[in-house]
Design a protein around this ligand. Structure first.
Ligand SMILES: *Cc1c(COP(=O)(O)O)cnc(C)c1O
Length: 435
């Protein structure tokens, strides 16, 4: 059983490039680099959209923050995705990738008026995070848009999880009472089309969690209709669908979730006379997460109280392990099937002890060297990976490569340079700067 699981695991999880192909990419582009698999992203997106095609109006708004690369966005747009944005540059990225109008969802919080204006100019669906933002938006735009969505925070009704915390402690959304004030208020100010949104989980693998979330939104929609005659055009279930980072975890079954949500829809929405109602997602993680890898060279080994492998990538490239203690599968190119005979901490060069990609992990023996060392592959890095990176310790972030469906490799973002790091500094004033 264990052997079958391991084989399946390797089969499902393996990076699409062989060791020699990875070495060729490393020789051409240098290490570390991110690699994404276009074919796998498309195939997964088709399965996801296929599962939800039972809804008369379904749309996935890909959460741009998860993988903010216009090449990836363009591929996803070709698969029918919209874009979920929460800042001005994210809106601009969506626009540059050809995603505009109501294919853009603007789910922001603590939003400056200039960003609302840009979103409105794009024709994006604006999703308000607070009841006071009705007035704020009206001032920003001159008048409210025709279509408006509100983000619901169910508070103690939902349990939340470790990454996102408890809903009643989360800064997002309106309370239930506020929703019942906000919709009639918006209606009285000229809004004619409405949506309802919530997002209360992150990296959640329990499919029933999302069925419960959908049920809560459907019931709210029915109540809004009963009390105010407001007819929701869509509910947006947010993101938060998890992926199996750890061996032994199971991927969420899209068909199961879709079927159960459809049953709730048939129970609540159809009898309330609210069909057809759009069912939207704004997932990031399950869309690109499993189909992106961070590839780094093992350059140092040290043996002190523990045995360490030092990579040329750092937490600046992938901060999830350091930030959340998150688990990412690690494999060694060409040694995928070798037994885990050594226990290592696999680390980066940041002056922070949390800069560890893996802690006390059983791996095959790893050869080190600046040019001859093993290539170490960190899995499930395609969402909230490079995007979360930073420049602490003046570390420069990796670039991004895309394996196209025809097997060719395209660079879709170059690595950062020292000039990028210095770009915000003006050294010319330094000499005449009195101290
Ligand atoms: C982060 C976020 C998402 C995407 O979350 P994933 O876990 O990547 O699916 C969607 N909507 C909102 C509002 C978010 O903050």
């Amino acid at each position: 059983m264990d052997t079958i699981r391991k084989i399946l695991y390797h089969f499902c999880m393996n990076i699409p490039l062989s060791k020699s192909e990875l070495e060729a990419a490393a020789a051409r582009y240098g290490t570390p680099f991110y690699l994404y698999d276009e074919g796998a992203i498309r195939e997964n997106m088709r399965r996801f959209a296929g599962a939800f095609s039972m809804f008369p109006a379904f749309r996935e708004y890909f959460a741009v923050k998860a993988c903010p690369n216009p090449y990836i966005l363009k591929i996803l747009a070709a698969e029918g995705c919209g874009a979920d944005c929460s800042s001005l540059p994210e809106l601009m990225l969506a626009e540059k990738s050809g995603i505009t109008g109501e294919r853009v969802m603007f789910t922001s919080n603590e939003t400056p008026s200039a960003e609302f204006r840009f979103a409105a100019k794009l024709g994006a669906v604006i999703n308000l995070d607070d009841i006071t933002h009705i007035d704020f938006l009206e001032r920003a735009l001159g008048k409210l848009p025709e279509l408006l969505c509100f983000r619901y925070n169910p508070g103690p009704l939902k349990k939340g999880n470790a990454i996102i915390g408890k809903p009643e402690e989360a800064k997002y959304g309106l309370t239930r009472e506020q929703l019942f004030e906000a919709y009639p208020k918006a209606l009285s100010r000229g809004v004619r089309r409405f949506g309802l949104h919530t997002m209360v989980a992150s990296n959640e693998l329990d499919p029933d969690y999302f069925v419960e979330t959908a049920t809560i939104l459907f019931e709210l929609g029915a109540e809004l209709h009963r009390r105010f005659g407001i007819r929701l055009e869509f509910v947006n279930l947010g993101g938060g669908l998890g992926i199996p980072y750890r061996p032994g975890e199971r991927a969420v079954d899209y068909d199961y979730i879709a079927k159960k949500i459809k049953a709730a829809y048939d129970d609540i929405i159809a009898p309330a006379g609210l069909a057809p109602l759009g069912v939207f997602w704004e997932c990031g993680r399950p869309i690109t997460g499993p189909y992106g890898w961070l590839v780094a060279r093992a350059i140092h080994r040290k043996n002190i109280y523990r045995d360490y492998i030092g990579l040329d990538a750092t937490m600046a490239d992938l901060m999830r392990p350091g930030m959340y203690g998150a688990y990412h599968e690690v494999t060694v190119a060409g040694k995928e099937d070798a037994p885990g005979t050594h226990v290592y901490d696999v680390v980066g060069s940041l002056c922070e002890n949390c800069d560890k990609f893996a802690v006390q992990r059983s791996l095959p023996e790893i050869d080190v060297g600046e040019t001859t060392g093993d290539l170490v592959v960190i899995h499930d890095a395609g969402a909230h990976g490079r995007a979360m990176g930073f420049n602490y310790n003046a570390k420069l972030r990796a670039g991004e490569l895309l394996r196209r469906t025809d097997g060719s490799i395209t660079r879709i973002r170059r690595r950062e340079t020292i000039d990028d790091y210095f770009a915000t500094l003006d050294f010319s004033g330094l000499e005449s700067f009195p101290v």
